[in-house]
Design a binder for this molecule. Structure first.
Ligand SMILES: CCCCC/C=C\C/C=C\C/C=C/C(=O)SCCNC(=O)CCNC(=O)[C@H](O)C(C)(C)COP(=O)(O)OP(=O)(O)OC[C@H]1O[C@@H](n2cnc3c(N)ncnc32)[C@H](O)[C@@H]1OP(=O)(O)O
Length: 275
């Protein structure tokens, strides 16, 4: 791992951590202590085992470094994240599939429980797992109007796991989540703002980053302990369910995803993507 200081747009030094061939780049503004984590896995930031592992490691590092906040964004042109890498569960190797799913569980727990405030800068499409990661941040700013966001699992012929569903319910409420999930709806930026799936719609990435910094800087005036306790209490039931049911969730998903019916649906969906 290499480190270097670079000069940011507002002339403060940024501590930049990068590794050769890294899929995740992080900069930390030395003045504000706010980190920007950029997902950079071409072509669509699909979340496979190695990528999830890198994201989790990076989040743990930021916690250790006691950053004051984090913005999660994408380095790709028009995609925040295409969600889980479907090739991890289409014709899977069962051992790898288990490893993949437990890494997803751990990465999500790490992101959902960060002791520092987080903002998703959604600068591209954000289906399924991409939407999950955005919803797991404390605040969402989407660059409009061209992109879409939502939990579209039913469109793939699969079911979103309970903790995906609970995360969405926590953001938009039971009724809207039920409609969104059953229909697999992908919302435009305006629609997402209207139902509360995102907090702000902005015209460009620079504005999104400025607004993200503004949101995170609010917490300079809040006790970190009070922040963390409040977040833990608010998110407790969703987090605790997964902690208590990790193995059950893993066993079910691994069996379910390998069933003939699900494999057939996934094959057809992948084919439609290639077209
Ligand atoms: C109680 C019961 C509970 C049981 C629960 C059990 C299991 C649940 C399991 C899983 C939950 C699933 C969660 C997910 O996240 S599934 C992933 C859903 N994602 C999508 O549907 C997105 C699909 N992709 C797109 O819509 C588009 O690609 C895009 C992101 C809008 C980008 O469009 P663009 O036109 O720019 O690119 P292409 O479409 O040409 O794609 C380029 C290239 O990437 C491949 N690709 C795209 N998305 C994925 C993906 N998610 N995984 C793997 N590969 C992907 C695409 O096929 C192209 O490949 P090519 O080889 O043709 O270059």
């Amino acid at each position: 791992m290499l480190r270097r200081l670079i000069l940011s747009r507002n002339n403060t030094f940024i501590n930049c951590r990068y590794a050769s061939q890294s899929m995740v780049q992080t900069t930390v503004d030395e003045k504000s202590g706010i980190a920007t984590v950029t997902m950079n896995k071409s072509p669509v930031n699909s979340l496979n085992l190695e990528f999830l592992d890198e994201i989790k490691t990076e989040l743990n590092k930021l916690e250790k470094d006691k950053v004051k906040g984090m913005m999660l964004t994408s380095g790709l042109q028009k995609i925040f994240s295409a969600g889980l890498d479907i090739t991890e569960f289409y014709n899977p190797n069962p051992d790898r599939l288990s490893k993949f799913w437990s890494t997803l569980q751990d990465t999500w727990l790490t992101l959902y429980k960060t002791p520092f405030p987080t903002a998703a800068i959604i600068n591209g499409h954000s289906p399924a797992g991409g939407c999950l990661f955005a919803m797991s941040c404390d605040y969402r700013i989407m660059v409009g109007p061209k992109y879409t966001i939502g939990l579209n699992e039913t469109k793939l012929g699969i079911v979103a796991p309970k903790w995906f569903i609970d995360t969405m319910v926590a953001v938009i409420g039971q009724r809207k989540a039920e409609i969104s999930l059953t229909t697999g709806k992908m919302y435009t930026t305006d629609e997402a703002l209207h139902i509360g799936l995102i907090d702000e719609s902005v015209p460009d990435v620079n504005t999104a980053l400025t607004q993200g910094n503004l949101f995170l800087n609010n917490f300079q005036r809040i006790s970190p302990w009070a922040y963390k306790m409040t977040k833990d209490i608010t998110r407790q039931s969703t987090v605790q369910w997964l902690i208590d049911n990790k193995q059950k969730d893993l066993d079910f998903v691994v069996t379910y995803l390998q069933s003939a019916e699900v494999q057939k649906s996934l094959g057809l969906y992948l084919q439609s993507l290639k077209k």
